[in-house]
Design a protein around this ligand. Structure first.
Ligand code: AMP
Length: 405
């Protein structure tokens, strides 16, 4: 495992290993000339099992795993815990090594933000407050305002701008194929997905489930601030969310009733002060009056002086079941029967490939012209409808059910 504190060192190392590969590292032998894939896990350190779950997943899915450890001053408000935030680089390094991380990127703020971004020129001996670059001297990424006005954005002005800026910088410095983020920070995840889409960043944003203590408390670096008593009170956050989930399973979809179920659970605890409990759309973060297809039920509360967040996603839709396996194994037969018995739509992905092939042939596109096919696919519309036994498929409003068979 290598540790870099500068973008120059990190870039040079990644360039070299992406092309040359590393003996023994899971490079795909079937494509010997393909560059190695890189997975990035951005963190602020003080690592725990939640972070490690992201790293393990990145390890499974990529040839090279890069973890960034950077307490980003830009995302902390003036009265927040930037100075106090737990820092434990040596311990973090050992944890990263144990899960097979290849590279840690741990720059100082003065290295990562250009010296010109500081009023004092980035002088490390400068007085308090100089860790943060001067906002009007730095290029920042501004996420859609509509995604920042609710939930944590209400009480943390500038926070998501700071997150968006640092994540974009990290993605540019590392240039990974995939980047891993926890569902624990649901608003951050939704905003980063949106930034990647809006800025056409060539990266797949991979969401990872929340890791919890057996008590239900979501793991967080800030849990270190809690006394034993506060820690036990903090478990009420998840209890409240679970209470709302139980109601939801019984058919309650109304936002007010679901929110009241959470607040009722927390009301009994005097040291716990609610910042917000909100139901929003998981992707757009717009408020919902009820769970139609899916709702993000999110909470932030102070336990003593520590601000904690948690959430669950409530889904009010039929399940999606994917079946994969080798050709000729009987996938279609099984899927058709499962769909029929459960009343689900049978989504025949094989038919989708055939329909696209039909379209490419119709358009006279050479079948080895990948770029032309990519352009064609990104603009086409496929409709699949009907019963599992007799579904019909249309591409760009032309019925091709018979043609593709
Ligand atoms: P942080 O160091 O708090 O900035 O977190 C780094 C990444 O780890 C973010 O994508 C978080 O959402 C994720 N993360 C933090 N806590 C957890 C958890 N309990 N379960 C899953 N992911 C987490």
């Amino acid at each position: 495992m290598r540790l870099f504190t500068t973008v120059a060192g990190l870039r040079c190392h990644l360039e070299r290993i992406k092309v040359q590969g590393q003996p023994g590292e899971g490079k795909d032998d079937s494509a010997p000339d393909a560059p190695l894939s890189v997975g990035l896990v951005p963190t602020m350190g003080a690592l725990h099992d939640g972070h490690l779950s992201l790293m393990r997943r990145a390890r499974q899915e990529n040839d090279v795993v890069v973890v960034s450890i950077f307490v980003n001053p830009l995302q902390f408000g003036p009265n927040e815990d930037f100075r106090r935030y737990p820092r434990s680089l040596e311990h973090d390094q050992a944890l990263c090594e144990a899960v097979g991380v290849d590279v840690i990127f741990a720059p100082t703020a003065a290295e990562f933000y250009q010296a010109e971004s500081y009023q004092d020129g980035g002088d490390s001996a400068a007085p308090q407050g100089s860790d943060s670059p001067t906002p009007d001297r730095i290029t920042q990424v501004i996420p859609p305002a509509a995604m920042m006005t609710r939930l944590c954005g209400r009480t943390r002005p500038g926070h998501f701008q700071g997150v968006a800026t640092v994540v974009t910088k990290l993605l540019n410095a590392v240039q990974p194929q995939r980047a891993y983020f926890g569902q624990k920070d649901a608003q951050q995840l939704a905003i980063i997905k949106r930034i990647a889409a809006d800025l056409n960043l060539p990266v797949e944003i991979c969401p990872c489930p929340i890791v919890r203590e057996p008590s239900g408390l979501a793991l967080s670096s800030r849990n270190q601030y809690l006394s034993d008593e506060e820690r036990s009170q903090a478990t009420a956050l998840y209890r409240g969310l679970k209470q709302a989930e139980r109601l939801f399973r019984q058919g309650v979809l109304d936002a007010d009733r679901l929110i009241s179920a959470v607040t009722a659970e927390l009301a009994a605890l005097p040291t716990l002060q609610i910042d917000y409990v909100e139901l929003v759309h998981p992707t757009t973060l717009q408020p919902l009056d009820g769970v139609h297809e899916a709702g993000l039920l999110a909470i932030a509360a102070y336990v003593g002086s520590t601000r904690l967040i948690d959430n669950i996603v409530l889904r009010n839709r039929k399940p999606i079941i994917a079946i994969d396996g080798p050709a000729g194994a009987g996938k279609s037969t099984v899927v058709r029967q499962v769909a029929q018995q459960l009343g689900l739509l049978y989504l025949d992905t094989g038919a989708m490939y055939r329909a696209v092939t039909w379209l490419a042939l119709e358009a006279g596109i050479a079948l080895d012209d990948e770029a032309a096919i990519a352009e064609l696919v990104s603009q086409c519309k496929i409709d699949i409808s009907g019963l599992p036994t007799e579904s019909s498929i249309a591409i760009n409003d032309q019925d091709v059910t018979r043609a593709i068979r």
